[in-house]
Design a protein around this ligand. Structure first.
Ligand code: FES
Length: 162
């Protein structure tokens, strides 16, 4: 009788120890396996939605923020502001999207409503509504981004300059 009770207690304590070990090991295994099974770094997706087509008046530049989500290991960052762009809806409903940074030395470019031109405050850079250099030291026109329309949404490829 004593022998079978000892045997039972031995099996029960092993079972309890095994259950506790499994309870501790499972999250650790998950910690190691999770990065192998799932994408753990993402962000700056190819095309970023910047609004509905009708949000943009034809021919008038509108400044928009570029926001995205980013995952880095176990940290998820939503609504990260990555930068901004000038968006100009064309007569034919296509879109021109320009960087807000001057191609000369990167200063922020503003739209001069009265001048009807993009103006850089740093060294007098001037660009027309199509992004072409009109005056100043910039060796090229404004940086333009690839765009497309999907379901009436304006999408911008913020990492691809054309
Ligand atoms: S940074 Fe714009 S003109 Fe120099």
């Amino acid at each position: 009788m004593e022998k079978s009770r000892r045997k039972f207690l031995k099996i029960a304590s092993h079972a309890l120890g095994g259950a506790l070990a499994a309870g501790i090991a499972a999250p650790l295994v998950g910690l190691v396996v999770h990065p192998l099974m799932k994408e753990t770094v993402y962000g700056t997706e190819d095309f970023i939605n910047i609004g509905k087509r009708e949000d943009f008046p034809v021919g008038v530049p509108k400044k928009m923020s570029i926001t995205s989500s980013k995952m880095d290991a176990w940290n998820v960052f939503d609504g990260l502001v990555m930068g901004s762009v000038w968006v100009i809806r064309q007569e034919d409903d296509s879109f021109h999207v320009f960087s807000t940074n001057c191609p000369h030395l990167g200063c922020g470019i503003d739209w001069g409503q009265e001048e009807n031109k993009f103006l850089c405050p740093c060294h007098g850079g001037v660009f027309d509504v199509d992004g072409k250099t009109l005056a100043g030291p910039s060796p090229r026109g404004l940086f333009a981004f690839k765009t497309k329309i999907e379901n009436d949404n304006v999408l911008v490829s913020y990492k691809e300059i054309i």
